[in-house]
Write a protein that binds this ligand. Structure first.
Ligand code: FMN
Length: 142
């Protein structure tokens, strides 16, 4: 199976989740800034932080640049301060391209002024992210 795990991060939180997910899937996560094309993939996992209620500009540009994705299995993931608007935004773009979103997962990420998010994602969060992937495998969704 050809898999790509692509993420966008400003302060490093989403990269932690991307790395955990990629390792569990058996691949390496790639920063969207280094991605030229997704090539011939069977599964795409894509993640972003949430910035001013949006996915990152880079990830939106990347998703918009993709051709029709009819039936392509997609996993969405992300980190956010308090609300997962960015996951919804990515889902809207991908649904419009007829992708098959098989799962989505997010957790809180630290942000300087959100003191209660300090240190997040935690090791426990990263374990949950891995569990989420294992569950998708067990249920044959990926
Ligand atoms: C400029 C900026 C804007 C943000 N805006 C939001 C927001 O609108 N909603 C939210 O839930 N979190 C917001 N956050 C918090 C981030 O989504 C959170 O810290 C996330 O874990 C960042 O991911 P990253 O470390 O991968 O960049 C914002 C963070 C920054 C730096």
């Amino acid at each position: 199976m050809n898999v790509k795990v692509i993420y966008s991060t400003l302060t490093g939180n989403t990269k932690k989740v991307a790395d955990a997910i990629a390792e569990e899937i058996g691949t390496t996560a790639e920063d969207v800034k280094n991605v030229v094309s997704i090539g011939d993939v069977d599964l795409l996992a894509v993640g972003t932080g949430c910035y001013n209620k949006s996915a990152s500009k880079e990830i939106v540009k990347f998703l918009n640049s993709l051709d029709d994705l009819v039936g392509l299995k997609v996993i969405l993931f992300g980190t956010y301060g308090f609300d997962d608007d960015a996951l919804r935004e990515m889902a809207d773009i991908l649904n419009a391209k007829s992708a098959n979103i098989v799962g989505r997962w997010g957790c809180k990420g630290s942000l300087l002024y959100l003191l209660h998010n300090r240190g997040l994602p935690s090791e426990g969060d990263l374990m949950e992210a891995r569990k989420f992937i294992r569950k998708l495998k067990e249920t044959k969704k990926i």
